[in-house]
Design a binder for this molecule. Structure first.
Ligand SMILES: *Cc1c(COP(=O)(O)O)cnc(C)c1O
Length: 443
């Protein structure tokens, strides 16, 4: 099987240039840091389009496939436009993600609305803009959605989000398919949900089932099993309620290579397992192949992204660790402090001949837990060096905050020796624009 993008740590065209500096798609990262400042998110368009095409090719034999990018991994107007140009639709979970799509000129018919507590306003706006599907998560939402659809005079296509009861071996917080999860209907509740929709909800049309089993997944069997659960339930509900459910959405979750030890399956491999499971279950239950929706997030944008930082201070603990501090940290990438996530990095400027030192990369934020990478070997890091942290495209910018009132970094897109700003660096004016100052007290 061919290697895929998600099995690499670095973006596709990463190398040392004639100056010895790290270069991505023809752009010198040291120059990027000088031009745009640090911290800087860099997205490589070549890698992004390459993985998008890997997904398209891997599923090309299955006519009824719909690739939906899970927006929460990284949502900006430019990223949405690029993925849409590659034929992707979008899994959205908020009014903000919906607004970003509309703002980028993307029709909401290519989007599916997920989440366990969508608000009235978000649902109303989604329906007004003719969203493709809504994934209904719970009983409360069935009634809410129906009343909004009724008010707008619409018949809304819905999928029922179910909890398939599949455990996958990933971090507890990013595991979602196990039974004790906040997402979706338990399989013992689907009858009641369908009955409620059939009897009370004239403005809802249930077309299929949705599940998502977790994130940063390296196993393939969990997908085979998940599809088995979805198709068995599809068949059972169709028979019991005389329905014609014809769609399954299997969620996302394919893992990527953050460090050498990570070994996620290739996109081809995972696609093979998914399509085999569909085929086997169609035979087993004697049903037509369903329309298939898949929602990868991390594996689409993760590898294409790196973050550039400038190294500032350092601290040698007597008889202990050496810390080097960078000008970013948990506000631009909360994953290490939140999940203990691991990353690879190297010095971007020409230092490959300098001796390796084991150091711990600390962030600049006021939390002892703000450590980006523990015990990594770097070529004699010192103040002024540019550090390139790999695989930050997913869940970095999208989870970023203004903690310590630090400004959110800019993001540039690189391709063919050209770099373009796709998210501007925040300014202090923007940071304080919603502050309302107290009036002076009248004594
Ligand atoms: C988070 C999520 C995804 C994407 O997960 P990745 O691990 O980023 O691929 C897809 N679908 C749903 C419903 C999700 O919650």
């Amino acid at each position: 099987m061919a290697e895929s993008v998600n099995q690499h740590i670095k973006p596709f065209n990463t190398k040392r240039n004639s100056k010895g500096n790290l270069e991505i798609s023809g752009c010198d990262t040291v120059k990027l840091a000088q031009t745009y400042g640090t911290p800087l998110y860099v997205m490589d368009e070549v890698t992004l389009r390459k993985i998008a095409n890997e997904y398209k090719n891997a599923f090309s034999s299955y006519e009824k496939v719909n690739l939906m990018f899970a927006s929460k991994a990284l949502m900006t107007g430019a990223i949405a436009q690029i993925l849409h140009s590659e034929g992707f639709g979008f899994d959205v979970v908020s009014g903000g993600e919906i607004y970003t799509l509309l703002n980028a000129g993307i029709d909401l018919k290519y989007a599916a609305f997920n989440g366990n507590n969508k608000t009235y306003d978000e649902i109303e706006n989604a329906l007004k803009n003719n969203i493709g599907h809504v994934s209904v998560d719970n009983f409360y939402e069935i009634s809410l959605l129906n009343s909004i659809a009724q008010k707008l005079g619409k018949k809304q296509k819905i999928l029922l989000r179910i909890t398939p009861g599949i455990e996958c071996h990933t971090h507890e917080y990013i595991q979602t398919g196990h039974l004790d999860s906040k997402f979706g209907f338990d399989l013992t509740q689907t009858d009641e949900a369908v009955r409620k929709i059939q009897n009370e909800c004239k403005n809802l049309e249930i077309t299929g089932l949705h599940a998502h089993i977790g994130s940063q997944i390296f196993e393939t069997k969990v997908y085979y099993d998940e599809i088995g659960v979805l198709m068995k339930e599809l068949k059972r509900l169709n028979d019991t309620f005389n329905l014609n459910l014809y769609e399954i959405n299997i969620g996302g979750g394919l893992g990527i290579t953050y460090i050498e030890d990570d070994c996620p399956p290739s996109v081809d491999k995972i696609a093979g397992v998914i399509l085999t499971s569909i085929k086997d279950n169609c035979e087993k239950y004697n049903i037509e192949p369903p329309a298939l929706y898949i929602e990868p997030g991390r594996s689409i944008v993760g590898t294409a992204g790196v973050t550039l930082y400038t190294i500032g201070s350092s601290k040698q603990v007597p008889n202990g660790r050496k810390y080097i501090a960078v000008d970013g940290g948990m506000a631009d990438n909360p994953r290490p402090s939140m999940y203990g996530a691991l990353y690879s990095a190297e010095i971007a400027n020409n230092k490959e001949d300098m001796p390796l030192q084991t150091v711990t990369v600390a962030g600049r934020f006021c939390e002892s837990g703000d450590i980006l990478i523990k015990n990594i070997e770097l070529n004699s890091p010192q103040s002024g060096d540019i550090l390139c942290v790999y695989n930050t495209g997913a869940y970095g910018y999208s989870m970023s905050s203004n903690y310590n009132r630090v400004l959110k970094p800019a993001m540039v897109l690189v391709n063919n020796s050209q770099s373009d700003i796709i998210v501007k660096r925040e300014t202090y004016e923007q940071l304080t624009q919603n502050d309302v100052l107290v009036r002076e007290k009248v004594r």
